[in-house]
Design a protein around this ligand. Structure first.
Ligand code: SF4
Length: 418
C-alpha cells in the first residue's frame, strides 16, 4: 500500500490543514508513515512567519535532496505559507520539489476535481476547524496577508455540518481557527458574525467545549464578549494579541488600536466573563523601540496580568511594510534582554495565578498521555497532568490540583463525569 508523510511546522491552522491532508491521502488509499524515507508522497507544510521557521523549511528541503535523488519516484510537495504567487521562483530555487500548492488547498495533481471538505477520520478529542482563510489587516511586520490572501469566510451551515460530523467521529472540543476570527462573516452574503456561529455550534449535542483563535483588538465586539459569557460551551478563555504597550509602536505596527482601547476591552471581558483567562502576544525590539517604549509594554503586562504571554523578538520579514520602510535598529542582544525580561515577569505572574488553583477541583478534557501520565486542559486552557489506571482519553474528568507551576498543574482524578 502506498504511504504518505507530512512534515508540519507553524500555527494551529497548519496543523489542522495537515490533519485534513492526511485524511485526503487516506481516502485515496495511502497509509501514514512517520519517516520520509518510507513514503511515496512527502508533503512539507511550511511556515515563514519568522525567519527561523523559514530557515527550518529550507533546511528540511535541502536534507530531502539526496532522498529524492536516490528515489526519483517519490513525490515531494510543499504547501503552507512558503508558497506565494511566485511559484516559478520557488521551482527555480528547489528544482527537486515536484509540486507547490497553496495553504488550505489540496493536491490537485492527484485528483482533478474539488474533493469537498476532507475531515480527519479519527479526530483528536480537541480538534481544530478553520472557519476562514486569509487576513485583510496588513500589520506592518506580518507576511500572512501576502501568503494566505484576503479574508474568505466559510458559511455557517458548512461549519455546523462539519462540527457535527467531527463530534460524531469522537471530537469533544472544537477550536475555531482564523487569522482574525473577529472579522468572520463580513464577506458572506448575510454578514453573520462570530457570535452567530458560536450560537449555532453551542446547540450541537455531544459537543462539550468551543474555543476560537485569534482575536484582533480592533475588531472584537461587545456582542462576542457577551456571547462568550452567555453560551455554556464556549470556554472562558480568549487570546487577544496586544503586541506592544506603546501607542507609537502600535501605530508603526499598523495595529489599528491604542493601549487605552485595549485596556478597556480587557476590562470589559473581565467584568462580563467570570473567571476569564486571557492570553496575549508581544513583539519586542520592533524598529526604533526605545527603552522607555519597551518599559511601557513591560508595565502594561504587569498591570493586566495575563495567564499566558507569547513573546517574540522582532525579525524583519522580506516583503512586509516594516522590512521595507524601517531599519531593524534594535541590536539582537538588546532584543534578547527585553524578551528575557518579559519571560521572567510572566513566569512570576503565571506562578501566582496558577497557585490559586491549588486544592481546587477543575474539569479537564483528556487529550493524551505524556511520560506515563494523562494530560488534558481546563476550560481556561491550563495544562493538567494526572495519573489514572484506566483509559480516559477524550473524557471530561474532575481533577483535584495538588501541585502548580507557571506552565502546568498536577493533580489527582476524583471521578469521571463523562
Ligand atoms: S491581524 Fe495582523 S498579525 Fe494577524 S495575520 Fe493579520 S496582518 Fe498578520
Amino acid at each position: 500500500m502506498p504511504q504518505y508523510h507530512i512534515w508540519t511546522i507553524g500555527c494551529q491552522m497548519n496543523k489542522a490543514e495537515s490533519e485534513r491532508l492526511g485524511s485526503f491521502f487516506e481516502q485515496l488509499g495511502y497509509q501514514p508513515t512517520a519517516t520520509a524515507e518510507d513514503a511515496d508522497i512527502i508533503v512539507l507544510n511550511s511556515c515563514v512567519v519568522r525567519q527561523n521557521a523559514e530557515n527550518r523549511v529550507v533546511n528540511k528541503l535541502h536534507t530531502l535532496k539526496p532522498l529524492k535523488k536516490s528515489r526519483p519516484d517519490i513525490t515531494l510537495a510543499v504547501t503552507g505559507c512558503l508558497v506565494n504567487s511566485s511559484v516559478v521562483r520557488l521551482q527555480r530555487s528547489f528544482p527537486h520539489v515536484d509540486h507547490f500548492f497553496k495553504a488550505g488547498d489540496y493536491p490537485q495533481w492527484l485528483r482533478k476535481t474539488e474533493p469537498g471538505q476532507i475531515l480527519p477520520q479519527h479526530p483528536a478529542p480537541n480538534t481544530f476547524v478553520p472557519i476562514m482563510q486569509g487576513c485583510n489587516n496588513f500589520c506592518s511586520y506580518c507576511i500572512v496577508p501576502y501568503r494566505r490572501g484576503r479574508e474568505r469566510s466559510r458559511p455557517i451551515e458548512e461549519i455546523v455540518g462539519e462540527v457535527k460530523e467531527l463530534v460524531h467521529r469522537g471530537a469533544k472540543e472544537v477550536t475555531l481557527l482564523g487569522q482574525n476570527v473577529d472579522s468572520y462573516g463580513h464577506d458572506l452574503p448575510d454578514k453573520p458574525e462570530l457570535a452567530d456561529l458560536l450560537k449555532e455550534l453551542n446547540a450541537i449535542d455531544g459537543l462539550a467545549r468551543l474555543r476560537f483563535l485569534t482575536n484582533h483588538p480592533k475588531d472584537m465586539s461587545t456582542g462576542l464578549v457577551e456571547a462568550v459569557a452567555r453560551l455554556d460551551k464556549v470556554c472562558e478563555q480568549i487570546t487577544l494579541p496586544v503586541q506592544a504597550g506603546s501607542n507609537d509602536i502600535l501605530q508603526a505596527m499598523r495595529r489599528g488600536y491604542t493601549v487605552e482601547q485595549y485596556r478597556r476591552l480587557v476590562n470589559e471581558m473581565r467584568s462580563k466573563i467570570p473567571g476569564v483567562a486571557l492570553s496575549t502576544d508581544v513583539i519586542v525590539g520592533f524598529p526604533s523601540e526605545s527603552e522607555q517604549q519597551f518599559q511601557q509594554t513591560f508595565n502594561l503586562l504587569s498591570e493586566l496580568r495575563f495567564d499566558t504571554v507569547h513573546v517574540a523578538a522582532y525579525s524583519p520579514r522580506p516583503g512586509t511594510i516594516a522590512a521595507r520602510e524601517f531599519e531593524d535598529s534594535v541590536p539582537l542582544a538588546e532584543k534578547r534582554r527585553r524578551l528575557n525580561e518579559i519571560e521572567q515577569l510572566q513566569k512570576t505572574i503565571a506562578t501566582e495565578i496558577n497557585a490559586r488553583l491549588l486544592g481546587t477541583t477543575v474539569e479537564v478534557l483528556v487529550e493524551g498521555r505524556k511520560k506515563g501520565k494523562w494530560q488534558g486542559r481546563t476550560r481556561t486552557d491550563k495544562l493538567v497532568f494526572f495519573s489514572n489506571s484506566s483509559d480516559c482519553l477524550g473524557q471530561l474528568m474532575k481533577i483535584r490540583i495538588e501541585k502548580t507551576s507557571p506552565w502546568s498543574l498536577q493533580g489527582r482524578a476524583e471521578n469521571n463525569t463523562n
